[in-house]
Design a protein around this ligand. Structure first.
Ligand code: PMP
Length: 401
């Protein structure tokens, strides 16, 4: 049964890509943008750019108001208690680095930081390097056969020395929701801080950070159909108050002389320098657009596409799906075929998927694989996209086998 996407026409790049002979199925890397976002960017630049929080003039006041409106919209999207809990960064990666530097003073030699075996490099390397700087132990939670963080193992590895737990909500390789409530409650029972990497999770469904109960939640705008160069860090008030300032410069300071300074609290105290103003305004417009969609219909469409993708792969011989993907994406390898060769033949046929280690080298290594192919879906994909993918896959495999 065909599965058309009612929202496809809202994303002009999809038609443009199709004219270029491209089928875009690399949405976990980044997404195409809705017209509503392009209109907002155009409106901002055409009507007059200005810096925020500095100028008393009208363009500055307009930009600041639009910028702060976006902060409120993002707070609302995540159900944060107040917009001051939303800090703008340059991406999920820079939000996680902010945390790894801003919380460094909380750790003393021998303390433990706990992450999982499936983390993206962005949620591994900042903690690994913090562990090196402070002589901490980095504990890696293992996965079960379905690619979920093993809760039994976690119960024995999270303990009184755990200072911080940082885990992904939805794996960018295995496509499975991680058991966050159980993990967060284990960490909290030992007084540890909790960080959720929502880079993939935020794109699928709506999440309530207060109900989730984490101290920090991070994501990147560009994966949520928004503009690039913008990340979001949500923090509970008590957790934000524990952060030390990390980057220093304009607007984050209250008063300074040549030798000393007093800094602002969150959010502005963690937004040194000119922020990505147009991107912040653009993300607000993107969220307005997303909020206008029939949420249940989006979830149902994505689920139906995912079933089609998974069934199609499972029906083909010699294909090994990684983990037990529940939504959004499927990573796979083909027996006797190198993922780079397959990726090359798919690329030649205009299929844009991702091949390689997906910025999760240790995970791929633990699965005994040099890399894998990942097909990842967005709300604008349809069954024709998948048909083109499967037909290209069959042709490629015929050639390679
Ligand atoms: N975490 C996860 C799970 C991701 O998939 C990504 C992006 N691939 C990131 C973090 C980092 O996001 P960014 O590159 O936008 O900073």
């Amino acid at each position: 049964m065909p599965l058309p996407s009612p929202w496809r026409a809202d994303f002009p790049a999809i038609a443009a890509l199709q004219r270029q002979g491209q089928t875009y199925l690399d949405n976990a890397a980044t997404t195409q943008k809705p017209q509503a976002l392009l209109d907002a960017l155009n409106h901002y630049y055409v009507n007059g750019a200005a810096n925020v929080h500095r100028a008393q003039h009208l363009p500055g006041a307009n930009a600041t108001q639009a910028f702060e409106n976006s902060r409120s919209k993002i707070a609302h999207w995540l159900n944060a208690g107040e917009s001051a809990q939303i800090v703008f960064t340059h991406g999920a990666t820079s939000a996680l680095n902010l945390l790894a530097y801003g919380l460094e003073h909380e750790c003393v030699a021998g303390d433990e930081i706990v992450i999982s075996a499936l983390e993206h490099h962005a949620n591994l390397l900042p903690w690994q390097q913090l562990a090196h700087r402070r002589d901490l132990k980095l504990i890696i939670l293992p996965l079960d056969a379905n690619g979920l963080i093993d809760l039994e193992a976690a119960a024995s590895l999270i303990g009184p020395r755990t200072r911080l737990l940082a885990v992904s909500q939805l794996s960018n390789v295995l496509g499975a929701w991680q058991p966050l409530p159980a993990l967060l409650s284990m960490a909290k029972s030992h007084g540890a801080l909790t960080v959720v990497d929502g880079a993939q999770g935020v794109v699928h469904g709506r999440h309530d950070v207060q109900a989730l109960g984490c101290d920090f939640y991070v994501f990147s705008s560009h994966k949520l159909y928004g503009p690039e160069g913008l990340g979001v860090l949500y923090g509970r008030n008590e957790a934000l108050a524990r952060l030390h300032h990390w980057q220093f410069g304009g607007e984050m300071v209250l008063t300074t002389d040549y030798h000393t300074a007093k800094f602002r609290p969150a959010p502005l105290g963690f937004e040194a320098g000119t922020p990505p103003i147009a991107s912040v305004i653009g993300l607000g417009a993107t969220l307005d657009y997303l909020a206008s969609l029939d949420h249940a219909a989006v979830v149902a469409h994505e689920a139906a596409l995912h079933r089609l993708l998974l069934d199609g792969l499972n029906r083909r011989e010699g294909i090994r799906v990684l983990g037990a993907p529940q939504l959004a994406l499927v990573s796979f390898v083909v027996e006797g075929v190198h993922n780079a060769d397959l990726a090359h033949l798919l690329t030649e046929q205009g299929i844009a998927v991702r091949a390689g280690h997906h910025c999760a080298m240790p995970l791929l290594k633990s699965l005994g694989l040099p890399g894998a192919i990942r097909v990842s879906l967005a709300l604008y994909n349809d069954s024709d996209d998948l048909e083109r993918f499967f037909s290209a896959l069959d042709q490629a495999l015929e050639l390679l086998r």
